[in-house]
Ligand binder design. Structure first.
Ligand code: ZN
Length: 670
């Protein structure tokens, strides 16, 4: 919805060095800057920023991209959020395109009004807590009694709602907010005797989203009047800006620390978060009473893949929540458990121990989830064989949802030792469960596709959707980079780096651009890239070429798809740019020579690379043909015609491979 014009202006203004140096201490080195990578732990800097190309690239962990990608990665924002963030930083007014429907526009302005209202409410509650007589005497006194310091109270934006039925609503109306918005956010309830405050007489805990916007409140009652039945905690209802299952209490304050420590502590209540954060364990969030949802797990996984759940020592409660943890395992996260001593919760433990004691305790008591569960259930089952059987199948279920094969086998070994079960049997059972689950998933998927067809949704509908993306990722993980992938990557590299450069591939032939040549050759031989990302890039280059437009470095550096930008960064900042660093350090490394060579010899380099790619492709085709031939040979009865056709195709491909190899050899030794 942000106009292309605005996006261009943001990219023009957001100089990569300015953006990165807000977060990373950069030192000049030659034409570039280097620093310690903010995305992985390192002692010697391998994080490079190129002001001329406007990209960053880490040679340690491989992350790379443009200014928008950097902000997305560091602040954990979406593409549009990152653009807005940079627009704010560089004072660029955002021009929206008129592609929103009136309904969408209304929804957006509704959401925005609600967020403004919530931000105002938070400030009001906070000032009442700190400045109003009742706020100080009742609210602040309560927080102090719970051991919270003022800096913690301010950091988490805590507040107080006066104990008068409609004081808040009246104040907000006076400040210019509409009653319908107060009701829409759930701050005000329309009662028989007029509107009244949902949270009157409560201390207030604002719930922030990852961007620091208040989306909801939790309020705790302080009156001890037992004759009235009043809920201890009241929370904002679901609204257009608040879906309970999407949020975690404390995520905004914890997000930086979670990334840095590469771990997230999960507790239950607001006060657990506040006390632990105050003790210096800042990477802590709460699911606030609800059982953990998949959305919340996804939210955590944006920051880290390590979750440590803190439990109070109540066996029944622990057993009830074990199921939820299988969900975390399923998301591919590593789960550890810390069991607190009897009668303690994270809040009380953090309050009664020093920071050093708390840290030491957490480090010493942490056990991985599967081991924890095994021990817990084992202590209950004792020697009862039926209970033991149940326990084993329970553990097998937990292990079978873990996506990573290495982790699964580690857990299997560990459990077999604890439970004294034969490893072979456990492996077989886990595999069986996984096959069952995959089968089930497949059936569900097929059902969805069929449903889609029934409703006239064409099968290409899924293109570019997150679901499709994740399928691409899954496929990619299964096939580790092989020769063909490497060959494809080289071709796409040439197209991205030199696509618009003129070459003369045949000594007596006409001039054409690198992209035209490669695309033309591939089309003639009916070749296409296996990897969807490369295919998309090639198509885009082809389209632009067809319109007579060029695709320079900045076209890819500013590309909408982070995957494209990351690839561009690795090409443009790879050894090719590093060689410039060597340049200034009077190093006559061979890299420098080879870069110059490639650039100046595109007439030879491009056709040769293309031939090498074709040769690899033919090898792959030969492998596939061989499989088909084996299959055809073992069929009963053998289809002689089909077999003959396959064999002749195989021979043709073999001849082609030989020819390519010979030409390639001639080229190399020419
Ligand atoms: Zn790195």
């Amino acid at each position: 919805m942000i106009s292309q014009n605005t996006i261009d202006r943001i990219f023009d203004a957001a100089q990569i060095v300015d953006v990165v140096s807000d977060y990373v201490d950069l030192k000049r080195r030659g034409g570039n800057y280097v620093g310690r990578c903010p995305f992985h732990e390192e002692k010697t800097p391998s994080f490079m920023v190129s002001p001329t190309k406007n990209i960053y690239k880490c040679f340690g962990c491989g992350k790379g991209g443009n200014a928008v990608n950097f902000v997305m990665e560091y602040e954990h924002l979406s593409y549009v959020e990152a653009l807005r963030h940079l627009a704010r930083k560089f004072h660029i007014e955002i021009e929206e395109t008129g592609r929103e429907t009136p309904q969408q526009q209304e929804q957006r302005s509704n959401r925005e009004s609600m967020l403004v209202l919530m931000a105002h409410a938070q400030k009001l509650f906070a000032s009442l807590l700190m400045e109003h007589q009742d706020g100080r005497a009742i609210g602040l006194a309560y927080f102090k009694e719970r051991g919270l310091r003022e800096d913690t109270i301010r950091k988490f934006g805590l507040g107080y709602c006066l104990p008068r039925r409609d004081a808040f609503t009246r104040q907000m109306l006076q400040d210019g907010f509409k009653q319908e918005m107060l009701v829409a956010t759930g701050m005000t309830i329309e009662g028989e005797h007029g509107p009244y405050d949902r949270f009157w007489g409560r201390v207030m805990f604002p719930v922030y989203d990852t961007r620091g916007q208040v989306v909801a409140f939790g309020g705790r009652v302080l009156t001890t009047d037992k004759t009235k039945k009043v809920a201890k905690y009241v929370n904002s209802p679901e609204s257009e800006i608040y879906h309970k299952s999407d949020h975690l209490y404390g995520i905004y304050q914890a997000r930086q620390a979670i990334g840095k420590e590469d771990k997230c502590y999960l507790v239950e209540g607001y006060l657990d978060v506040l006390s632990m954060a105050q003790s210096g364990i800042e990477n802590v969030v709460a699911s606030s009473g609800t059982s953990l949802t998949t959305e919340q797990i996804k939210l955590i996984s944006r920051f880290t893949s390590n979750v440590t759940v803190l439990y109070d020592g109540d066996a029944a409660g622990i057993k009830a929540s074990l199921r939820g943890i299988d969900m975390i395992l399923e998301a591919g996260l590593h789960v550890r458990i810390v069991l607190l001593p009897d009668g303690e919760d994270p809040d009380s433990y953090a309050q009664s121990h020093s920071t050093a004691e708390l840290k030491a305790f957490l480090a010493a008591e942490e056990v991985d989830f599967i081991t924890f569960k095994t021990r817990l259930l084992l202590s209950e089952a004792q020697d009862d064989p039926i209970q033991r059987g149940k326990l084993i199948s329970d553990i097998i279920r937990s292990i079978s949802v873990i996506p990573d094969a290495v982790m699964r086998s580690v857990y299997i070994q560990e459990c077999c030792r604890t439970l004294q079960v034969e490893e072979r049997m456990m492996v077989a059972e886990v595999d069986k469960r996984r096959v069952q689950a995959a089968e089930q998933q497949f059936q569900q998927q097929r059902r969805r596709v069929e449903l889609g067809r029934e409703h006239g949704v064409p099968s290409s509908e899924g293109e570019g959707t997150p679901e499709r993306e994740s399928m691409e990722t899954a496929v990619r993980i299964q096939h580790a980079p092989d020769e063909l992938d490497i060959a494809e990557r080289e071709i796409i590299r040439l197209m991205m780096m030199y696509g618009s450069r003129q070459i003369k591939p045949e000594p007596d032939g006409p001039d054409c651009t690198v992209a035209e040549y490669i695309l033309g050759e591939m089309e003639a031989d009916d070749l296409y890239f296996e990897r969807p990302l490369y295919r998309r890039i090639a198509e885009e280059i082809g389209e632009r070429n067809g319109r007579g437009e060029t695709t320079g470095e900045q076209f890819f550096v500013r590309h909408r798809e982070p995957e494209v930008v990351e690839l561009a960064a690795s090409f443009f900042a790879g050894k090719y740019t590093l060689s410039k660093i060597f340049d200034t350090h009077a190093n006559s490394g061979s890299t420098k020579v080879s870069v110059r060579k490639e650039e100046n010899h595109l007439n030879e380099v491009v056709p040769m690379q293309l031939m090498a790619y074709k040769a690899t492709k033919v090898s792959e085709l030969l492998r596939q043909e061989m499989e088909k031939i084996r299959e055809a040979q073992s069929a009963i009865p053998v289809d002689e015609n089909q077999l003959a056709a396959l064999l002749s195709r195989y021979d043709a491909l073999s001849a082609l491979k030989k020819q390519l190899a010979e030409t390639l050899g001639e080229r190399v030794f020419r």
